[in-house]
Design a protein around this ligand. Structure first.
Ligand SMILES: NC(=O)c1ccc[n+]([C@@H]2O[C@H](COP(=O)([O-])OP(=O)(O)OC[C@H]3O[C@@H](n4cnc5c(N)ncnc54)[C@H](O)[C@@H]3O)[C@@H](O)[C@H]2O)c1
Length: 331
């Protein structure tokens, strides 16, 4: 039995607490969050202890592993403490908004031999995992191009934009990880463009963008393109396409059902897309937690690492630099 404390009882902390509670090989020992009401509700729902101090939760002798679902600026401190105490960690993305801080934290984890998994949940989505398996099985030959379309249904609140670190570090980072994973080779060249087409007055304040495209190229010439927009009126659009030398892998967005409506006015009308990430990736969050617990229980390497977190953030930094200079950036 892997005994786990979840740190943070907000949007993602609630999901992780439920995933731990649902895993027969794990026990949710505690949930920690300085907001007493939030933490009590989550902890009580799963019969765990409610705590207000995350550092105390990490230090509990009956805690083997922690899940960090707190605001980004707290990740490094909590992760470092947990690793120093020999606890395994599942840490939300990004490690930190600052690349130098992230690099330092990752080097420290590696020096201490810490078991840290970065929460790139999309790798655990049934469809994306099947695409990766199909590439591994040689079903499309050599990968040539990866096309990722990843669009949110609507702009986040202004307060979120302010502290997000910008679209590349906050949103594109998931797609940069997906691109690295599907390409199977590290990008060496990044170019990006950014526009303010949804809410220019808000984004100008933070030197941020709502609509971006990133292109990546690996040393052998494999290519990826990422399309992000903070607003897609038709819902949460999450698609990838992989072109290989002997075939193409594509898939559809997910909907609550596969029903289609055909009438005199329209044909093939379908229900809206699953909306938003908590619904679309519900299965992936559960599978991500199961993979974390299995890696600890079986003494196997973590399926994603703190290094994956640094490499994705470095690509995000290159994209920021490319938009700023109008030039392609060598990684
Ligand atoms: N992988 C994903 O799909 C995904 C989705 C959403 C958020 N995230 C990441 O998860 C993190 C949290 O995001 P969120 O949307 O859940 O935020 P949130 O604001 O909903 O929740 C964060 C919670 O952490 C608590 N908190 C603050 N400082 C704390 C501390 N020192 N110890 C314990 N709890 C503390 C807050 O009180 C709050 O309840 C961010 O880093 C974000 O980037 C990842």
């Amino acid at each position: 039995m892997v005994r786990i404390a979840v740190l943070g009882a907000g949007r993602i902390g609630k999901i992780h607490a439920a995933s731990v509670a649902a895993n027969p090989k794990a026990k949710l020992v505690a949930v920690a969050d300085p907001f007493g009401d939030a933490v009590r509700t989550v902890a009580e729902a799963h019969g765990a202890d409610a705590m207000t101090d995350a550092m105390e939760a990490i230090a509990r002798p009956d805690v083997d592993a922690v899940v960090i679902g707190t605001p980004t600026d707290t990740h490094v401190g909590l992760m470092t403490r947990a690793v120093e105490l020999g606890k395994a960690v599942l840490c939300e993305k990004p490690i930190d908004l600052d690349i130098a801080e992230s690099e330092k934290a990752a080097a420290n984890v590696e020096r201490l031999g810490g078991k840290v998994m970065l929460a790139f949940n999309r790798r655990f989505d049934t469809t994306f995992a099947e695409i990766r398996r199909s590439i591994d099985a040689g079903r499309i030959g050599e990968v040539r191009q990866v096309v990722i379309s990843s669009r949110d249904p609507g702009m986040p609140p202004a307060a979120y934009v302010k502290s997000s670190g910008g679209i590349f570090r906050d949103m594109t980072i998931h797609d940069l990880d997906m691109a690295r994973w599907l390409l199977g080779e590290e990008p060496v060249l990044v170019s990006a463009i950014g526009s303010r087409l949804v809410d220019a007055p808000l984004l100008e304040q933070y030197d941020d963008y709502d609509t971006v495209m990133v292109t990546l190229q690996t040393a052998s010439g494999k290519q990826a393109v990422i399309n992000n927009c903070r607003e897609a009126v038709y819902g949460y659009d999450q698609r990838v396409e992989v072109l290989g030398s002997t075939g193409l892998l594509t898939h559809d967005n997910l909907r609550p059902t596969t029903m289609r409506l055909t009438t005199a006015e329209m044909t093939d009308a379908q229900e809206p897309l699953l909306n938003f990430f908590l619904e679309r990736y519900a299965q992936a969050y559960r599978a991500e937690m199961n993979a974390f617990v299995d890696a600890i229980a079986d003494g196997k390497p973590m399926p994603t690492t703190v290094r994956d977190g640094v490499l994705a953030l470095r690509l995000a930094e290159c994209a920021v630099e490319s938009v700023r200079t109008g030039r392609a950036v060598t990684v």
